[in-house]
Design a protein around this ligand. Structure first.
Ligand code: HEM
Length: 495
């Protein structure tokens, strides 16, 4: 049946014309309202359903559409089609975010920033769900929900709690590498365009010969890394809470398209047995001297979403979205994230969230998942082939996409992730890399964030900072004493 042409007027959701959108249907001019006014009821009912749950973390975000262009040949490392030839372009959508703040949080807060990219490749969506930091607070996923509780609101005061944060961090010294980045000049980028992005985890590349390489992804901003001081950010938040949305949307609307260069670090598979650090530990970087950055391509953001909710709020990124040629690693945190995101999306968005326009792959999705809420599409090209295996030409598995086996070994146990792990050297290397000014500001930011924290927790944290670098601990003590806090003395009462 050909589509009927309708005149352009307001209608109900069922398409019937609306004659009056200003006055309710009432008995007499003073009311009451008649139950029969289904148009009023439809309007109110929809308003009641306008909000969906905000993301449990990374609720506040900003995003845009863009293009990825390959500039260098890395096909010897990966058979991923997105990288198959120089000049090849792939459409993508990004979402940047803060971690702890709610949907209405101010943009210019000191926090880690999320850096998510969904590449619509010809072999399915590849999601890079990273941060603007190469490391993370934890290396065992068992610790994630507790960590996030310390970043969110206290159950009684309903306020963010510096005590909870420092209690947790001082009991979890593996976090202090990431805390050092967070408290450094890089803690408040001036906009999402002025920060780098990192896949953070170690992933796999798999080439056409089925050889596996370990890989880390880096997005290097071409806009320069520019950051706010605490004072600048506080002033800015007083003027606007939406500085990132204004900057990103405004820049793209003005036709100035921000760009990042994608680079990778590649580690031959067997090197992982001999590196002096665990290359699957999310609290560690791979030194660039050992594994230099290899250029791959350029990401450009060149189109604002027409509808923020449709494209950005409904965007569902997941580390489980990989494509042939890109795979996982034994990183324990990555393993948990492979589960957590799709589970979160089914709750936040609904069963068939991947059929929503922003999440739908640009290649056919030939699965057998049936029915359920949101089943507004029909992907059974032959209605008799609605189970698998079948004799009616339905889509079947494609063994040529098998990955090489992942080499693992070891006894199943709850292994102590702290045993034999050095939580201090890399954090110290970073601190020593800062110039004197950034060292001082980092110490001041740490001290400032400790306001109101009980002395015994501060003391416990200082022991760790001393171990990272004695100058780090001393700098924080000095900043604390300038801040008028009670006399601080490090103790050795670690648990
Ligand atoms: C968002 C879980 C670690 C980056 C989320 C969401 C969940 C989650 C449930 C909300 C998803 C949604 O509703 O759309 C976890 C768990 C982790 C973990 C269980 C560790 C065990 C990490 C790490 C990174 C990261 C290590 C970065 C390297 C992000 C980003 C988002 C996010 C960028 C926002 C995605 C978007 O823009 O929609 N995480 N996360 N997370 N997470 Fe994680």
């Amino acid at each position: 049946m050909s589509e009927q042409k309708c005149p352009f007027h307001q209608t109900t959701t069922a398409g019937a014309p609306i004659a009056d959108n200003q006055n309710s249907l009432t008995a007499g001019p003073r009311g009451p309202v008649l139950l029969q006014d289904y148009q009023l009821i439809e309007k109110l009912a929809h308003q009641n359903r306008e909000r969906i749950p905000e993301r449990v973390v990374h609720a506040k975000g900003w995003g845009a559409h863009g293009t990825f262009t390959v500039t260098h040949d890395i096909s010897k490392y990966t058979r991923a089609k997105i990288f198959s030839e120089v000049g090849k372009q792939t459409q993508l959508i990004t979402r940047f975010s803060t971690v702890a703040g709610e949907l209405g949080a101010a943009d210019a807060e000191r926090d880690v920033r999320g850096f998510s990219v969904k590449f619509y490749t010809e072999e399915g969506n590849w999601d890079m769900v990273g941060n603007n930091t190469p490391v993370f607070f934890i290396r065992d996923p068992h610790k994630f929900p507790d960590f996030i509780h310390t970043q969110k609101r206290h159950p009684k005061t309903h306020l963010r709690s510096a005590t909870a944060m420092w209690d947790y961090w001082s009991l979890s010294p593996e976090a202090l590498h990431q805390v050092t980045i967070l408290m450094s000049d890089r803690g408040i980028p001036v906009s999402p365009m002025h920060m780098d992005g990192f896949g953070s985890h170690t992933y796999s590349f798999i080439n056409a010969d089925n050889e596996r390489f370990w890989v880390k992804f880096h997005f290097k901003t071409r806009q320069g890394k520019v950051n706010h001081s605490n004072a600048e950010a506080a002033k800015l938040i007083g003027e606007t809470r939406e500085s990132y949305q204004e900057a990103l949307f405004g820049t793209i609307e003005a036709g100035q398209y921000p760009k990042w260069d994608l680079k990778v670090q590649i580690m031959p598979e067997l090197d992982a047995d001999t590196t002096r650090y665990n290359p699957f530990d999310l609290t560690k970087v791979w030194p660039h001297a050992d594994y230099p950055l290899i250029p791959v391509g350029t990401m450009e953001l060149n189109r604002n979403p027409d509808n923020y909710f449709m494209d950005i709020e409904q965007a569902a990124y997941s580390p489980s979205n990989i494509v042939p040629g890109i795979g996982f690693s034994p990183d324990k945190v990555l393993q948990a994230r492979i589960f957590a995101y799709a589970d979160a999306h089914r709750y936040r968005l609904g069963t068939h969230y991947e059929a929503l326009p922003v999440n739908a792959p640009k290649c056919p999705a030939n699965h057998y998942h049936a029915d359920g809420s949101m089943r507004f599409f029909d992907n059974f090209k032959n209605p008799d082939a609605y189970y698998e295996p079948n004799s009616f030409g339905g889509p079947a598995q494609a063994p040529e996409y098998r990955e090489p086996p992942l080499r693992i070994s070891g006894d199943a146990d709850r292994w102590n992730h702290r045993e034999g792990n050095d939580d201090y050297t890399q954090a110290g290397n970073l601190f020593r890399l800062f110039d004197a000014g950034e060292q001082r500001r980092t110490c001041e930011n740490v001290a400032g964030s400790m306001k109101g924290v009980p002395q015994f927790i501060i003391n416990r944290a200082l022991v760790h900072f001393d171990r990272i670098d004695p100058a780090y601990g001393a700098g924080i003590r000095k900043a604390l004493s300038h801040g008028g806090d009670a006399k601080v003395q490090a103790t050795r009462d670690l648990p």
